[in-house]
Design a protein around this ligand. Structure first.
Ligand code: BES
Ligand code: ZN
Length: 853
């Protein structure tokens, strides 16, 4: 294996401008191209080293600033993804060099680089699209380039395509030339100075909405033919995002046009190519009448996220992949701020509580990593796009925003973006901008969250006579071990003193702090608004006082969600007994908040994996007992004018009752209503369709599976496709589950979705072993069909494995095979699995006593 350093390019070349011409052949799945790179040479050399992967380079020529033309000799190194051009003479340092290269390659089916995507048109004929996904390190698969984010240049692109096909790239079209052979050369306006990973080409039979002009910028939604009726919602959300964000940053949009393009085969969710953002279809297109609130919310959020990248990432870019949080965490923060303004009813910041809990879940592992983390190899760059970069990063930014105040924070980032426009940054540049505007020691506070892994658990108790509040921090680790790391914890406290609610702001940067209060405290909420990236543990008396005050009255939904999540984490870490968690759920009464239910459901789901046959009845009847009174209020039918969150709550409570709690009446109704829905389109609101389909597969045997599969095949929206596909993982029957798994390698399921199906089956308590054995026995085939990035998703189910025998098999397999999880990611999945195996061993056989008690 090549050394890490050999993945970095020598620092002697500064590329200025790429002139690229590509001729994709959609039928033969190949492309040919030429590139002319204008560059400056910073140090003399006889050899130019740049990136290229799976390209045939056939010609290399250098023009020197004084007009000499030199033929270069090409050699490539596959493992290092580099090409070297050796020249007959020494090139002197200077400006104004040009390198010409001719090359060709294959349009691959791995959804990376320059790749092939297909769809069936109305006549059932397969049509081909050529499209790109370059981030982090795959621009080098489409054209030879200096493929590092700090080596910014401008890009002048021409695409030669068959008449009748649409071609899109980052800039607007400036000329179209008929070549007289059935093809056209389409030339795009040269881009701003930007990184290679942001270049995009899309060629195919696309349709486009008529442009909307937002402050002079034409905005369009593009998709394959027939999808135009599904673009209305995206157009609204995209217009809002562009306006909102240019106002928030106080910087005009840096591109010249803005296209949002739905691609039928797409590896991640979406990609922020400047002016040519690409998406999975279900992240952009929807039928607003048939989509659930969660599905629509996701579309608005993804659009806002990618639009925020036009500034955070495209205009100002991290110097290297170790700092990718500088754009991804910000895009996460901005997606929420923007979507909250777009539709405040959704309360997306509360929904973010689930994501924050997931980040705390990974960050409580010994194998966690700091947010800024060393990257060398391409797969290590890829591995950075995880819950720590996005969700922990986004959460600590929110914590800082709430601590500094939203307006100060906004001014600080506007200052940062202005100061570094068209440039590259490191984390300290962000701190400097925020310090300049706020006058606070931002770097000192934030380094403990960004440069160090993990987070603290803050415990709270009252001093003598309840005249002080004592806060104490230590690292939270699931294995219960103690360490001496400390954080600068910006704490917002809310407390009631003598019946009056007050708020305090404290920076806990010692091990503990004692706060004097002007009277006996009644109760304390130690993470006001729940913005802090830490967990809270109340002393028994403090918890009792909260309970007496009424948790539902005193705490907002995000705080209640965190209460459920923190106390469950304390159970897993052995800090408290499961009966304490049960009493907390009890104290929530008939909580009707969608996200609080989400947090409760995830624990119920884990417990139902843990429960053995003796415990199952007690667990299920507790789940039903918790869900029933809430379901009685929400019911099957939306109340006209109800808040949109009620629709989501209804779905989550039904999931508890019918799926996890196996309530016979609710489950039977779900199956009945799903049948009616399939034949008449009636009887189910959009938010309940997914749950009803899952119950149908779980309860209705082969007939249920066939019904849902037929719906999948006939799906007319991208939402329907994923709802029905993943519902197929719910069967309790081994042979039916194997049939579901066999879809992974069939032509029935798109590459982009298939690996997720494996992890979905793994999360089914009847499916874990079956899915894992299936994966082992199809390992070679999986490796050739899926890119590493996609195959990684098949492993997402590992943390929920609770059977020690299966866990042993997974450890052995991962030790003996090259699994596509770089950096600490595999270790994190395995550690979570081991923790849950340990938890299951502790709990199994005790649940009846806990839930009947
Ligand atoms: N820059 C990413 C796309 C990406 C992800 C590139 C992983 C390379 C590797 C994009 O901005 C992004 O974050 N997409 C998210 C969706 C977003 C709303 C969280 C995704 O793809 O999941
Ligand atoms: Zn992003």
């Amino acid at each position: 294996m090549a050394e890490t350093e050999s993945f970095r390019l020598p620092a002697n070349v500064s590329p200025r401008r790429y002139q690229i011409e590509l001729r994709p052949d959609l039928i033969r799945s190949r492309f040919e191209g030429t590139v002319t790179v204008s560059f400056d040479l910073l140090a003399g050399t006889t050899r130019l080293v740049l990136n290229a992967a799976e390209l045939d380079l056939s010609e290399a020529r250098v023009e020197t600033p004084d007009g000499a033309s030199l033929t270069g000799e090409i050699s490539v190194s596959g493992p290092e993804q580099r090409a070297s051009i050796s020249l007959p003479v020494d090139l002197a340092p200077g400006e104004g060099y040009q390198l010409h290269l001719r090359f060709s390659g294959a349009l691959n089916h791995h959804l990376q680089g320059f790749y092939r995507s297909t769809y069936r048109d109305d006549e059932g004929l397969e049509r081909v699209i050529a499209t790109t996904q370059f981030e982090p390190t795959d621009a080098r698969r489409a054209f030879p380039c200096w493929d590092e984010p700090a080596l910014k240049a401008t890009f002048a692109v021409s695409l030669v395509v068959d008449n009748g096909l649409t071609a899109l790239s980052n800039g607007p079209v400036v000329s179209v030339e008929d070549l007289g052979d059935g093809s056209r050369r389409i030339t795009f306006e040269e881009t701003m100075t930007m990184s290679t990973y942001l270049v995009a080409f899309v060629v195919g039979p696309f349709e486009m909405t008529p442009p909307r002009h937002i402050d002079g910028i034409p905005l369009r939604i593009a998709a394959v033919p027939g999808r135009m009726p599904l673009t209305g919602f995206a157009l609204e959300a995209a217009e809002h995002a562009l306006r909102f964000l240019s106002g928030y940053f106080e910087i005009p949009y840096p591109g010249r046009k803005m296209d949002h393009v739905a691609i039928p085969d797409f590896s991640s969710g979406a990609m922020e190519n400047l002016g040519c953002v690409t998406y999975r279809e279900n992240a952009l297109l929807a039928d607003t009448d048939a989509a659930s609130q969660v599905e629509l919310q996701r579309i608005a959020t993804v659009i806002a996220h990618e639009t925020a990248h036009m500034w955070f990432g495209d205009l100002v870019t991290m110097r290297w992949w170790d700092g990718v949080w500088l754009k991804e965490a910000f895009a996460t923060f901005m997606e929420l701020t923007t979507t909250d303004a777009f539709n405040p009813e959704w309360q997306v910041w509360t929904a973010f509580g689930t994501a924050k809990s997931a980040a705390l879940g990974t960050d409580g592992l010994k194998t966690t990593r700091p947010v800024v983390f060393e990257v060398g190899r391409p797969e290590e760059a890829e591995a950075m796009f995880d819950v720590l970069t996005y969700q922990k990063g986004g959460a600590v930014l929110r914590m800082l925003e709430q601590y500094l105040g939203p307006e100060t924070f906004r001014k600080g980032i506007s200052h940062y973006l202005t100061a570094h426009a068209y440039g590259n940054t490191e984390t300290r540049d962000l701190w400097a901008a925020l310090e300049a505007v706020s006058g606070e020691p931002v770097g000192n506070i934030m380094d403990s969250w960004i440069a160090q892994g993990g987070f603290p658990i803050v415990s709270v108790h009252a001093g003598p006579d309840r005249s002080t509040v004592v806060l104490h921090q230590r690292r939270f680790l699931y294995d219960g071990s103690e360490t001496d790391e400390r954080w600068s914890v910006p704490i917002n406290l809310r407390m009631s003193v003598d019946g009056v609610v007050q708020r305090h702001r404290v920076l806990l940067d010692e091990e503990s702090v004692e706060l004097a209060v002007d009277g006996p405290v009644d109760w304390v909420v130690a993470n006001d608004g729940s913005w802090g990236f830490y967990r809270v543990r109340y002393s028994a008396p403090m918890w009792q006082r909260l309970q007496q005050a009424g948790v539902e009255d005193v705490m907002d939904p995000f705080e209640r969600l965190s209460l459920v999540s923190d106390s469950w984490a304390a159970v897993v870490a052995g800090l408290q007994d499961i009966s304490d968690w049960v009493s907390i759920v009890g104290s929530l009464g008939e909580d009707r908040d969608a996200d609080v239910w989400g947090a409760i459901n995830s624990v119920f789901a884990l417990l139902s994996l843990v429960a053995d046959e003796n415990d199952r009845d007690a667990l299920q009847s507790f789940v039903r007992k918790t869900a029933r009174p809430v379901w009685a209020q929400l019911g099957w039918t939306p109340v006209p004018g109800e808040p949109s969150r009620a629709a989501t709550a209804r779905a989550r409570v039904l999931e508890s009752l019918a799926l996890i709690g196996a309530d016979p009446e609710a489950a039977e109704q779900a199956v009945d209503r799903f049948r009616t829905f399939v034949t008449t389109g009636q009887a189910l609101p959009p938010d309940l369709v997914s749950c009803a389909a899952r119950v149908t597969v779980a309860r209705d045997g082969d007939a249920g599976w066939q019904t849902v599969f037929a719906q999948y095949k006939g799906a007319s929206t991208p939402q329907d496709r994923v709802r029905y596909l993943f519902a197929l993982s719910e069967s309790p029957d081994p042979s039916t589950l194997r049939r579901t798994l066999d879809l992974v390698l069939s032509l029935e399921v798109r590459t982009q979705d298939a690996p997720f199906l494996i992890s979905a089956v793994m999360r089914n308590r009847h499916g874990a072993t079956i899915a894992w054995e299936w994966l082992e026995s199809h390992w070679e085939e999986l490796g050739s069909r899926f890119s590493a990035a996609l195959l990684a998703r098949a492993f997402d189910g590992i943390p929920l494995v609770v059977d020690p025998g299966l866990a042993g098999a997974i450890h052995r397999f991962c030790a003996a095979h090259e699994v596509p999880l770089a950096g600490p990611r595999l270790d994190q999945l395995l550690e979570r699995m081991d923790i849950n195996v340990g938890l299951a061993a502790r709990l199994r056989g005790t649940l009846t006593a806990v839930f009947d008690g």
